[in-house]
Ligand binder design. Structure first.
Ligand SMILES: [Fe+2]
Length: 307
């Protein structure tokens, strides 16, 4: 499940190598962060100084709205946090476009976040908890089948970040779709009908004026994925089931990326990480049959005839 990229090979990788690994459900791991990190003073600022200003579990920069959320502080603190996240994400985008040019074409950065809190034992409500294994659903409203790519860097100087996975969407769907009730949902079809397209068109128009209005967008695909996400987090038996379970350890200053809509994951422990989220067009996938949208669509063979 872990595809480790040797640091001396990054420049020599074929243009589709890393994206193919992602699409196959691999977590692509860099033992050393492949991009320039903020300097020590800025990292210390994030690790130590920002705690007193926290309002939420994440400090997030939204490039579309040019806005920072998660802290309440005076403008100099906000400007500094925003500048650190913005600069890091610019380096990251340059890196990703260099190593996966075709895959990243038209990809959109949703947020660049910093996670300041210890993940272990936070006792959050199940749907908000990172400690429960899940696949991601409906980032920033709706993806309509586009892929959710997340890039992480552990900036804790001494503590590993530890993940748990129970495997990929395709296997989890086979084993759990019925129990989750999403087989019936998928039989209704994930392709969008006129009413879905009209609603999304309205939301798109509204988000030109209010960028964050896009969070109210929805689609049959996103509703199905949300149902599966909630089933995973709400079902103790699923969480206890060890079939296909793998633990992954991410060292200080390492980075990793993964399509989190198709690879189940939970963060068991760790503190201080950057997390950047991209929406990648489904059309960029070369192994499209492995994308959750296509798996759900394929399980609705009569959907087109029914409409
Ligand atoms: Fe997640």
């Amino acid at each position: 499940m872990l595809f480790t990229v040797p640091s001396n090979q990054i420049e020599r990788l074929a243009p589709h190598r890393l994206s193919d690994e992602l699409e196959r459900g691999q977590v692509v791991y860099f033992a050393t962060c492949p991009l320039r990190l903020p300097d020590d003073a800025d990292l210390t600022f994030l690790r130590s100084d920002i705690a007193q200003y926290l309002l939420r579990k994440n400090v997030s920069y939204y490039p579309d709205a040019n806005r920072l959320t998660g802290i309440k502080a005076d403008p100099t603190v906000i400007a500094r946090a925003m500048s650190i996240l913005k600069t890091y994400s610019e380096h990251l985008q340059t890196f990703l476009r260099g190593v996966m040019p075709a895959f990243m074409r038209g990809a959109r950065l949703g947020t660049s976040s910093y996670r300041p809190l210890q993940e272990r034992g936070r006792n959050l409500k199940p749907h908000a908890s990172n400690e429960l294994v899940h696949v991601d659903a409906g980032a920033y409203g709706a993806t309509h089948g586009d892929r959710i790519l997340r890039f992480f860097t552990n900036v804790n100087p001494t503590e590993d970040r530890v993940w748990m996975s129970k495997g990929c969407f395709i296997d989890l769907y086979r084993r759990h779709a019925k129990l989750a009730g999403i087989d019936a949902e998928a039989r209704g079809g994930v392709e969008e009908k006129w009413v879905d397209r009209a609603y999304s068109g309205f939301v798109r128009a509204a988000s030109k004026v209010l960028p964050l209005a896009s969070v109210i967008d929805s689609s049959p695909y996103d509703r199905t994925m949300r149902k599966f996400h909630n089933y995973m987090k709400d079902t103790p038996r699923f969480q206890r089931d060890t079939e296909g379970q793998v633990q992954m350890i991410f060292k200080p200053y390492s980075s990793w990326m993964v399509l989190t809509d198709a690879v189940s994951h939970a963060c068991i422990s760790g503190q201080h990480a950057f997390v950047d989220t991209f929406l990648v067009p489904l059309a960029n996938c070369r192994l499209r049959q492995l994308a959750p949208y296509e798996i759900l669509r394929a399980s609705a063979p009569f959907a087109a005839a029914e409409r």
